[in-house]
Design a binder for this molecule. Structure first.
Ligand code: NDP
Length: 358
């Protein structure tokens, strides 16, 4: 049987790296797009290809240019589109995120539709395209959100807006051109890094472990392990009945205080002083006067993130590991790669208390 080749866009990214690994381990040939193959840090991915004996190549393509996309998709059976700006803060101009997210998605889909070989595109959207702008001011409201929900773009911050508009544009394009599309809508993705890199969604774990926060604001996150998000992408590519569907990916919802408790229990004995005291609203409110990111967090203060990932479990056979295991794996790798300084009594990387079931 001929080798099946999958294009993964934004291969340098945190989640995309795990998608490349997942595909190589399942016998696919992988082509990754990077902004510039001469400077892109992809040694970790080449090492995985060497270990698995898989075929891996890189090509240049940017979300803000048509150049390179036709060549990138040429001969591919499928596309995982992950590249999109994932900022650590809130940009002054929302179009810095919206334009590359929307225009880039349409470039990738157009190239896929024109190629003639691409059977399906899996787009990495986000839970942010589902849960935002429903009541409670701008927060995510008090109902369990499912794939039937869409964020209200009139009432949301630039990043969720970029994800919502990009996903909407993708569904419209797919309908117009009769292209098979599936979207994966993950929550807060944490877990092991494959290289020393800044992953925006690991910031909460990093800040708690490095005791950057004086206390814990009452914020809620639907946590999921990056390895399980990568598995969901592969399953979305392989499951015939997935065509035309959105899939929420989350293991469970935890308050930031519960995430801190998991970290304190596991890493406290190793000398990490993880804050676990709840930060009162008024203190967060004062911080919000000086910092746009905290201002954004205020919108979600004390609002539980209620979502259901039952559809992915039922239809894709997806089985995520516990959120606690993902959090511990995230923290372990932040330490291993030197992104968080070692705790005073940390002489070894011990086995996590909550064993990883895989
Ligand atoms: P990363 O920042 O690690 O990866 C983003 C990737 O997009 C990088 O490869 C980056 O390239 C690339 N990229 C950004 N802008 C451009 C551009 N203008 N042209 C070409 N490439 C570009 O983020 P994640 O791995 O966390 O996110 C991957 C995807 O998953 C994104 O679509 C994100 O919205 C989505 N997602 C992430 C979640 C999370 O919790 N992490 C949750 C839900 C969805 P470079 O390395 O060169 O900057």
């Amino acid at each position: 049987m001929a080798e099946r080749r999958i294009l993964v866009t934004g291969a340098t990214g945190f989640i995309a790296g795990h998608c490349v690994s997942e595909l190589l381990q399942h016998g696919y040939a992988v082509r990754g797009t990077v902004r510039d193959p001469r400077t892109a840090d992809v040694a970790h991915l080449r090492a995985i290809a060497d270990q698995t004996g898989g075929s891996l190549e890189f090509v240049a393509a940017r979300l803000d240019s048509d150049a390179g996309w036709a060549a990138a998709v040429a001969g591919c059976d499928g596309v995982l589109h992950l590249a999109s700006p994932v900022p650590a803060g809130v940009p002054k101009n929302e179009n810095e995120l919206i334009r590359p997210a929307v225009d880039g998605t349409l470039r990738v889909l157009r190239a896929a539709a024109d190629a003639g070989t691409v059977r399906r595109v899996v787009l990495t959207s986000s839970m942010d395209a589902i849960v935002n702008g429903h009541g409670h001011g701008q927060g995510h409201g008090d109902q369990v959100r499912t794939e039937a929900d869409w964020s209200n773009v009139d009432r949301i911050a630039p990043y969720p807006k970029s994800k919502t508009l990009a996903e909407r544009a993708a569904w419209e394009f797919a309908a117009d051109r009769d292209l098979e599309l599936v979207t994966i809508n993950p929550g807060m993705v944490v877990g092991p890094l494959l290289r020393a890199q800044h992953a925006t969604s690991m910031e909460a774990v990093r800040q708690l472990l490095a005791r950057w926060l004086p206390g814990v604001p009452r914020l809620s996150f639907a946590v999921v392990d990056v390895r399980d998000v990568a598995a969901a992408h592969r399953l979305a590519m392989e499951t015939p009945a997935a065509a035309g569907n959105r899939y929420i990916c989350a293991a469970s919802t935890l308050w930031l205080g519960e995430i801190a408790e998991v970290l304190a229990a596991e890493f406290g004995p190793r000398g990490y002083r993880v804050p676990t005291r709840t930060l009162p609203y008024w203190l967060t409110w004062i911080g919000a006067r000086f910092d746009a990111t905290i201002r954004l967090a205020l919108t979600y203060y004390d609002v539980p993130m209620l979502v259901s990932a039952d559809k992915a479990k039922r239809e894709l056979g997806w089985s995520p590991r516990p959120a606690e295991a993902a959090i511990i794996a995230a923290a372990d790798s932040l330490i291993r790669y030197g992104i968080v300084p070692r705790g005073k009594r940390d002489t070894t990387t011990t086995q996590p208390r909550i064993p990883d079931p895989r």
